[in-house]
Each structure stands twice: as structure tokens, then as C-alpha cells.
Design a protein around this ligand. Structure first.
Ligand code: UDX
Length: 439
């Protein structure tokens, strides 16, 4: 099939490469010419395991091309995927749909023949029907342009595996031909046994944000449990092991710490509440406001604990922050709790040095005032306090014995339940972990 992918960020670039690897001819479109140039070389504009390889293979075979020209997309493809970003709107909790509307209004007047437009971006429920009407009103092909919604659930750091082997596919459609087209697009993935749920447009729009608010609530709940553990001398590490054996609860996505961040969970939770308020369901959505409050509280708690471990004052203290990405496996620092804590401590006068295995460059750009260094040792040299704020495997395998010789005071705060308290204490460290028993 001939497919266009509009928007080549984390979602679109991966989706385009995955579709090319499924045997389709794919044209990725982005307004950013520099990004298009990079993608044409088969290089991902961000860190994502296996994506470079998949992009390079697609580009080399000729099945995957990139351009800035919407006209080329309209002429080329019979299926168009909308993959533009829908970030939080500045000064509001609602989603900013301007990139999506811009893509729709650029594409629609160019659609001369019948085609399927497929929304993948995360949007407030009710948006799809407006997109459908805008396409039909503005496309020369009119009602023969159909809209479907097919949300993506990919996690950064696992985007390729999540695209090629998702837990499920969701096809929000209004007709059999639209459903059959989506089945053909995903034929190899369906053949591998991935379940597909056929539903309507609003349910498909809700699917992604619903999964994310469930996940966000789960993390805030486990962080609440961690806080209770701290004041009762219980241990959240043991507690989540116990909870995880309950088949109804399970042990995945149950790690407490400095809270969730990134480009999805925080903004999806807020956008869901904003939409619920518009729908007159503001009271019912109150629980999700608390999920957000609990989440932001983890960052404040981490800063408070760090300051108290520094003796009550951060000013002029040397502090090492290990981790800037919002989670391991990604170089993304959007709404990163780690970077937020580092910036707050620096704002209170601490001399913060940050190290991250992949996100150093993005951290430098996002927080130019911070000192970002290239190794764990450079961050920790002379430090009075070491904070571990992203769950990178590299930090788990640090040798606490040799690191104790690098720092000024061997005091560590584990914000991610990453380190083995016994090992660090045996190496002479004063170990503190959010929700962990004080040794
Ligand atoms: C998320 C969803 O998982 C994905 O399905 C959706 O499509 C996009 O949003 P992503 O943003 O890549 O994916 O990150 P995710 O792995 O969900 O983690 C989100 C945040 O929660 C991170 O900051 C992570 O550190 C935190 N987290 C995750 C925890 O604090 N504890 C956990 O147990 C799991």
C-alpha cells in the first residue's frame, strides 16, 4: 500500500519505519526541513533503540522516503496517518491541537481522490468527528475521504517493539471499507496474533488517554504508599513485591519514585481532566487532579529530603544528579522529574552537576544554567550528596566502594528504587530511598 505519515516525531518516525518494514511504500512528511534531511539519511532525530536500523533499512530499500511537501503526500498515498504532536497548551491544562489542525487544513484541499485519513495523535474525545467534517468540507474529493482513529500506545525506549508487536490494535471506524483498509495496513502484525478491537471513533480516541490515566493513577497510588512507608518505618520495596504477587495487581508499572514525567502521562492526565470539565464531568474527574498533585508532590518531597540531607541548606553545596531523562532508555527530558529536581536544587543555590547516559545534550539545551558532565565520576567528584533520579541500568551497576572515594560525603538519595541499599550501606554510604526503610 502507499501510505503517508504526517508528522515525524517520536510517534511518526517510528510508525513510518515500522510500516515500511511491513512491506508498504511510505512517505513521511514533516514541516521541519532539517529533520527531514536527517531522516532521509536513515538517522533518527532522537535516541530510540533499533530505530536507526529500521529507518536505514527502509530508506536503503526505497520503501521509505521523507519530504516537507503535503502535495506529494496527497498525490502519492491512499492512506494518510496523522502523527503530529498534541502537547499541553501553554497556560492551560488542555491539549494544544494547533499542529493537528494545521496538518488537516494543509492536507484536505489537496485530496483529489477518495482516501482514508487515520488519526494516531492523542486528542480530546470528540475531536475526530470535527476532523472528519473538516476533511469532507475542504477536500475536493468530499465524502469519499474517510476518517478512522487508530491510537498508538508506544513507549519511548521500546517504540520499535511496541510498533511491530503491540499489545493490541484499536481500529475506530465508521465503515467496513475503513476497517478492511486498516486490516490490510497491519496485515503482518495481525497475522502474528496481535488482537485488534474494532470500535467507533470516540472510543478509539478515548483508548490511549484512558490507558495513560490508568497508568498515571497507578504510579501516584504507589507513590502514596511509599510516603506512608516512610512515616511508618515500613519498606516500599518489600511492599511492591508483596503487591506484585497478587495476580489482579501484577508487578509491572509499580515502581515508586520521583514520579512520572515525559511527553505523555502528565499532559494526557491534564488534558483528560480539562475535557471532562468541558463535558460537565469536572467533579467526577477530581481523582485525576489528585493524581497530578500527588505526582508533582514527589518532586517537591525529593527536593526537601535532599536539602535536609545537606544539613538544611543547599546554597554552595556540591550535588551530583545522576539522570536527566524522564525515564531510562530515552533521551527525552520533556517534563522530566529528574531535570526538574536538578533545576530546583540549582535554583536554591546548590552547585549541581548532572550526568545522563543519553540525555546530556537535551538537558543542556533545556536547562542551559545547569552543569552537565560526561561521566558519573565527573558528576560525583567532591559531592556532598548524590541523587539517582533516572532508572538507568548503568546507575544500578555503579560500584559504591569506588564511588565513595570520589565524593566528599558518601550520602546517596535513590529516587527510583534503583540501588541495593544493603550494598551501598556496606560500602559506607548513608543511604536514603524514597519509601525505603531507614537502615
Ligand atoms: C507512555 C505509555 O506507557 C505509552 O503506552 C503511551 O503511548 C505513551 O506514554 P512513555 O511516555 O514512553 O509511555 O513512558 P512510560 O514508560 O509509560 O513511563 C512514564 C513515566 O512513568 C516515566 O517518567 C517513568 O519513569 C514513570 N514510571 C513508570 C514510574 O515512575 N514507575 C513505573 O513503575 C513506571
Amino acid at each position: 500500500m502507499r501510505i503517508s505519515v504526517l508528522g515525524t516525531g517520536y510517534l511518526g518516525a517510528t510508525h513510518a519505519a515500522a510500516l515500511a518494514s511491513c512491506g508498504h511504500e511510505v512517505l513521511g512528511i514533516d514541516a521541519d526541513a532539517a529533520r527531514v534531511e536527517q531522516l532521509r539519511l536513515g538517522v533518527a532525530p532522537f535516541h530510540e533503540p533499533r530505530l536507526d536500523e529500521l529507518l536505514a533499512r527502509g530508506v536503503r530499500s526505497g520503501a521509505l522516503c521523507f519530504d516537507t511537501d503535503y502535495g506529494r503526500a496527497a498525490r502519492f498515498a491512499d492512506v494518510h496517518f496523522l502523527c503530529v504532536g498534541t502537547p499541553q497548551r501553554p497556560g492551560s491544562h488542555a491539549a494544544d491541537l494547533s499542529a493537528m489542525w494545521s496538518a488537516v487544513h494543509r492536507l484536505a484541499p489537496l485530496l483529489e481522490r477518495g482516501c482514508l485519513v487515520v488519526g494516531k495523535s492523542t486528542v480530546p474525545v470528540g475531536t475526530a468527528s470535527q476532523v472528519r467534517d473538516a476533511l469532507r468540507d475542504n477536500a475536493p474529493a468530499g465524502r469519499s475521504v474517510e476518517l478512522a482513529w487508530n491510537p498508538e500506545f508506544l513507549r519511548e525506549g521500546h517504540a520499535v517493539e511496541d510498533s511491530l508487536g503491540p499489545d493490541r490494535l484499536v481500529f475506530g471506524v465508521a465503515s467496513d471499507p475503513a476497517y478492511e483498509t486498516l486490516c490490510a495496513v497491519y496485515a503482518p502484525i495481525l497475522a502474528s496474533g496481535v488482537p485488534a478491537v474494532r470500535t467507533d471513533l470516540p472510543t478509539a480516541e478515548l483508548a490511549k488517554v484512558s490507558a495513560n490515566v490508568m497508568l498515571a493513577a497507578r504510579i501516584s497510588l504507589v507513590n502514596l504508599l511509599a510516603e506512608v512507608c516512610e512515616v511508618t518505618d515500613a519498606d516500599v520495596g518489600d511492599l511492591i513485591e508483596i503487591l506484585g504477587y497478587d495476580g489482579r495487581i501484577g508487578n509491572r508499572f509499580l515502581t515508586p519514585g520521583i514520579g512520572f514525567g515525559g511527553g505523555c502521562l502528565p499532559k494526557d492526565t491534564r488534558a483528560f481532566v480539562a475535557r471532562a470539565e468541558e463535558l460537565g464531568l469536572g467533579d467526577a474527574a477530581a481523582v485525576l487532579r489528585e493524581v497530578d498533585v500527588l505526582n508533582m508532590r514527589q518532586r517537591a518531597r525529593t527536593v526537601d529530603l535532599a536539602v535536609s540531607l545537606l544539613g538544611g541548606r543547599a546554597r554552595d553545596e556540591e550535588v551530583a544528579v545522576l539522570g536527566a531523562a524522564f525515564k531510562a532508555g530515552s533521551d527525552d527530558v520533556r517534563d522530566s522529574p529528574a531535570l526538574d529536581v536538578a533545576c530546583t536544587l540549582a535554583g536554591r543555590g546548590a552547585r549541581v552537576r548532572v550526568y545522563d547516559p543519553k540525555a546530556g545534550g537535551n538537558a543542556r539545551r533545556a536547562a542551559p544554567g545547569l552543569t552537565v558532565v560526561d561521566t558519573v565520576e565527573d558528576a560525583c567528584r567532591g559531592a556532598a550528596l548524590t541523587l539517582v533520579l533516572t532508572d538507568w541500568a548503568e546507575f544500578r551497576s555503579i560500584d559504591p566502594v569506588s564511588l565513595a572515594d570520589v565524593v566528599r560525603r558518601p550520602v546517596v538519595l535513590d529516587g527510583r528504587l534503583s540501588l541495593d541499599p544493603d550494598k551501598w550501606r556496606a560500602a559506607g554510604w548513608d543511604f536514603h530511598g524514597l519509601g525505603r526503610r531507614v537502615g
